[in-house]
Design a protein around this ligand. Structure first.
Ligand code: FAD
Length: 675
């Protein structure tokens, strides 16, 4: 972090989140303390809002993700930009927010961030909530971004322009001539340049925090005017000293940095004291990363579940509502997951419930909150559960910005293709059973539609277009994904996002699968039959271990161990292979005991609301229906029922005794012998 007073800021995370991807790749270089350090996801939104709302400076915010290789690759450029424009802070500031941090999920959702990195501009003095203006430049090179920052500043109206930002438009020749005679004790620098040049504006902004100097720019339209100042080439800088002497300055090269540094080093030109936010105490957000020992030859349920959590609660949740192709993609992806993903029974039951619900949805648009309610098990259906935080094991990186989500996504995808190859009957009745490409095509559509790394999805789509059609069997699908993953590995070898502890090499490495590797005439070649066998073993349910997953689910909404969860599953010993458990929990889903259905009432409550009206009104009703899902009985409700039950029993007993005593007295009174 860089000292306060610089203009780049990392929007603070809300509270000290643990376990999620961490922002060590934070491309920005200082922490903004102006925004209160919030607690809870909602407050994180407050931090972006708090920073940008009614701010006297404009903002450029990069919403990035610490698992996104392109963001990691871009981090040095962003850091350089932050340093390069730090003197512009009073007019425009740069900041970054890591959407992979759990505590920022909600804010990124509120700001409608679907892909990383996303750049948004926020004008100064914005009052109402705004998601900002997108910057989708043709390139994101430092110079391009710097220039768009200037364009953005010039887009302000006079009324909302940052007060510290001097006029960036060119001065009129008459105004410049009048400057020649002014004596206000300051230097006046006049930059002559052409219409398309940004040098003048950059120098004006560079000198923003300096006192005793004013910088103006003027265009080279009138030749006679230029001659008056002796300007023979542009850009040139004419300097009027406080004592009235003046002339063109001689800098080594007519570049922004030369002009700026010359002017900053003039006698009596000093930096003003800027009251920018204090640097917060590092102790406030300690990042404790605990390394979990793991075996590279195993597949960890914790990785698959954490990846699934991210898919369902973060990546998909970036879409407020889903319709058309997006909704179809979600339905097919959930179907494939529900039918094929091995793992702990509560997770599979959750997926089955979700799949069933989505399959029966009559609407062509749904608010994603409805899906979230089910994923979070707001209805308290017994036996369904998905961990609501991230815990990487086989996908841990040696530094927090490495690996994580994308690693788990690959593992999920490979597991799905392998399971489709080894349990083809699992897809029976879904409409996907007859097509050997079905799982691959579903993965392709997920990546294309929802994967937050846009560049990754474009590369993947290119590979799919090129050869996915050649896949004719389920085994070929397994091998297709393996080959393409290796292509990605070789493309990324040596990239900034490569974890040195997990180098990108052709996989499986000889130590994992010696039989997969051969040499033909001295050249390495793959034995694809062996590779296929290896993949089926490696990504098969028998290789899935619960280590580190066993303690998941002890916190949060819908996170408590579900009532129907088998105790032996939760207590699985470390590294215990799932072979025997699979016999029960990993058998093809069709053979499972009927999954927990939404109780008829709640099914009706949900579907009934989603069925009836259509169009905007229908959607409104659906939105309104969402809280209904949260009306499951909580433990408080249950306690109240018990208290009422006991109270009414007591009341009945009291009434009973009261009338008994009365009737006895009555009998005694009427049978008393008269004297
Ligand atoms: C669909 C997709 C496309 C991507 N495209 C890009 C991109 O264009 N640019 C970019 O920067 N990043 C991209 N990524 C991310 C990148 O591939 C890695 O996921 C990331 O760099 C983390 O790497 P990792 O070391 O965890 O290993 P990963 O490549 O994520 O692999 C995860 C695990 O899978 C196993 N594995 C490795 N290779 C194979 C294989 N060939 N077959 C089966 N299993 C294997 C290993 O156990 C490995 O640890 C993409 C990710 C996905 C899911």
């Amino acid at each position: 972090a860089v000292a306060a007073g610089r203009c780049a800021a990392r929007i603070p995370a809300a509270g000290g989140g643990r376990g999620g991807p961490r922002p060590a790749a934070a491309p920005a270089n200082c922490v903004l303390a102006a925004a209160a350090r919030p607690r809870g996801g909602g407050a994180a939104r407050g931090s972006v809002r708090g920073a940008t709302a009614n701010s006297s400076a404009a903002w450029l915010v990069q919403f990035y993700s610490s698992w996104c290789g392109h963001c990691i690759g871009y981090a040095p450029t962003w850091r350089a930009l932050a340093g390069d424009v730090r003197d512009w802070a009073a007019a425009i500031r740069v900041a970054a927010l890591d959407c992979a941090e759990e505590e920022n999920h909600e804010v990124c959702r509120a700001y409608d961030i679907h892909f990383y990195p996303t750049f948004r501009y926020f004008k100064a003095f914005t009052k109402d909530f705004t998601t900002g203006e997108n910057f989708k430049g043709p390139d994101r090179e430092l110079q391009t971004v710097r220039r768009t920052m200037i364009d953005f500043l010039q887009n302000h109206t006079d009324g909302d322009r940052p007060p510290a930002c001097p006029p960036l438009d060119p001065a009129r020749p008459s105004d410049v001539l009048s400057l020649l005679d002014s004596r206000d004790g300051r230097y006046v620098a006049v930059l002559f340049e052409n219409n398309s040049s940004y040098v003048g504006r950059e120098v004006i902004l560079d000198l923003l925090p300096y006192e005793n100097i004013v910088v103006k720019r003027v265009l080279n339209g009138d030749k006679g005017f230029l001659e008056k100042f002796g300007v023979s080439s542009i850009p040139s800088c004419y300097l009027i000293y406080p004592n009235g002497t003046r002339g063109l300055i001689n800098v080594g090269k007519p570049l922004r940095s030369f002009f700026s540094s010359y002017l900053k080093s003039l006698p009596d030109v000093r930096k003003k004291m800027l009251s920018l936010p204090e640097k917060p105490n590092k102790e406030e957000n300690p990042e404790i990363v605990v390394w979990r020992e793991f075996d590279r030859s195993k597949l960890y349920a914790a990785d698959l579940e954490s990846g699934l959590h991210y898919v369902l609660r973060v990546e998909l949740a970036a879409h407020k509502s889903l319709a058309g192709a997006e909704l179809r993609t979600l339905k097919d992806f959930v179907t494939v997951l529900a039918k094929l993903l091995p793992g702990r029974a509560p997770v599979r039951k959750l997926l089955e419930t979700l799949q069933e619900w989505l399959a029966n949805l009559p609407l062509d648009r749904i608010p994603y909150n409805a899906v979230l309610d089910l994923v979070n098990n707001k209805m308290r259906i017994s036996g369904i559960f998905l961990v609501n935080h991230i815990k990487w094991v086989g996908c841990q990186g040696s530094r927090p910005e490495f690996r994580g989500y994308t690693c788990s996504l690959w593992k999920l995808f490979h597991t799905l293709t392998v399971e489709a190859g080894t349990h083809p009957e699992a897809l029976d009745g879904t409409g996907l059973e007859a097509d050997p490409q079905a799982v691959l095509q579903t993965i392709r559509r997920y990546v294309h539609t929802f994967f937050g790394c846009k560049e990754c999805s474009e590369h993947f789509e290119e590979m799919a277009k090129e050869s996915m059609d050649s896949v004719k069997t389920a085994d070929q699908a397994i091998l297709w994904l393996w080959k393409k993953h290796n292509l990605v590995n070789s493309r990324l070898a040596g990239h900034l996002s490569e974890d040195p502890k997990f180098p990108k090499v052709p996989w499986p490495t000889p130590d994992l699968c010696p039989a997969c590797h051969e040499e033909i005439k001295g050249l390495h070649s793959w034995n694809e039959d062996q590779v296929l066998l290896f993949l089926k073993r490696h990504y098969g349910g028998d290789n899935l271990v619960d280590t580190y997953a066993a303690d998941q689910g002890d916190t949060g909404e819908g996170g408590g161990p579900p009532q129907g969860r088998e105790p032996e599953r939760g207590l699985a010993s470390p590294e215990k292979p799932r072979g025997d458990q699979r016999a029960e929990s990993l058998r093809p889903p069709r053979a499972l005991p009927p999954g927990p259905r939404l109780s008829d009432g709640s099914q009706l409550g949900l579907d009934g609301r989603l069925q009836s009206p259509s169009g905007a009104e229908g959607r409104r009703e659906v939105e309104a229906a969402v809280p209904f899902l949260g009306m499951g009985f909580s433990s408080l409700d249950m306690s109240l029922c018990v208290v009422l039950y006991v109270a009414s029993s007591l009341f009945l007993m009291v009434m009973y005794f009261f009338f008994r005593v009365r009737s006895k007295r009555w009998k005694v009174r009427h049978h008393r012998p008269s004297v």
